[in-house]
Design a protein around this ligand. Structure first.
Ligand SMILES: [Mn+2]
Length: 281
């Protein structure tokens, strides 16, 4: 798969958008949307394309429900909506298949067009929710009323980037930056969305950085394996580099032991939390 946004992506997305405007029926899932009683104006958004990411999306969802205690709607941009047909209160937004990586990531800039909620929390599927999400949401919502993007600094990156894997937006305020971000993705040929985001932020007031304690970056070192944050970023790199036994121990730290031992059933195959390979069941 290519990283950079391509001409064929443009054509696919223009058709996707025209079709969207015409039918308004690309959202599937349960008919009624159940709001979270504690955060009624919040929806969660994720993107899941490709088998690994589809499986990880299920694991992220499970942590969001069981540990994050968020029962509200989750909207998933995916080319395989069937993968979520049995997930409760999950809506899928069908996107074209075989896009470049940046073609897929640009859907972060379409959030307000597709998700009818005042606040949307975007979460990458390699994030595991480790605490009740409500206190963080409350603080972030206040910040999002003033700033187009509420997010974290990427403490794992060697260069200075905003971490574009978790952000909360207020739809009325986000518009200011989402179009700029999309233009950067479409026109500038960058291969990472952190770069495009960095170039979309024009002033310090465009973003509000959240305290780093709430985001645990696992990846280069085993640091972070002894504590659990609201958001825990477990990248493919982390799964390759970290001691898997330690990573398993870390997942055990999460205050819901059943989440760790339970299996997730996806299309007839079962997966254990944190492990992407099928387990003999
Ligand atoms: Mn990530």
């Amino acid at each position: 798969m290519m990283n950079k946004f391509r001409i064929s992506d443009v054509i696919k997305i223009v058709f996707w958008r025209l079709h969207w405007l015409k039918t308004r029926r690309e959202i599937t899932g349960s008919d009624s949307t159940m709001e979270d009683p504690r955060s009624a104006d919040v929806a969660i958004c994720a993107i899941a394309v490709g088998t690994d990411h589809l499986k990880m999306a299920h694991l992220m969802l499970k942590s969001l429900r069981l540990i994050g205690h968020f029962s509200g709607p989750v909207f998933i941009f995916t080319d395989e909506p069937d993968f979520f047909s049995e997930s409760k209160n999950v809506k899928t937004i069908r996107i074209p298949s075989r896009l470049s990586i940046m073609g897929i990531k640009q859907f972060k800039t379409w959030i307000t067009k597709c998700i009818p909620f005042k606040y949307v929390l975007y979460v990458d599927v390699d994030i595991v929710i480790g605490r009740d999400i409500k206190p963080w949401l409350d603080t972030a919502k206040d910040a999002a009323d003033e700033h187009p993007l509420v997010l974290f600094w990427d403490h794992a990156a060697t260069e200075k980037y905003y971490h574009s894997g978790v952000f909360l937006i207020n739809r009325n305020v986000y518009k200011k930056i989402s179009l700029k971000w999309r233009c950067q993705i479409w026109l500038k040929g960058y291969s990472r969305d952190q770069k495009t985001l960095k170039r979309s932020v024009r002033s310090g007031t465009d973003v509000q950085l959240m305290p780093k304690e709430d985001m645990n970056f696992l990846g280069q070192t085993n640091a972070g394996l002894d504590s659990v944050a609201t958001f825990n970023h477990i990248t493919g790199r982390a799964r390759r580099l970290l001691d898997l036994e330690k990573l398993d121990k870390f997942l055990e730290h999460l205050d819901a032991a059943h989440l760790y031992t339970d299996k997730v059933l996806v299309k007839g195959q079962s997966f254990r939390f944190g492990v992407l390979h099928p387990q003999p069941s």
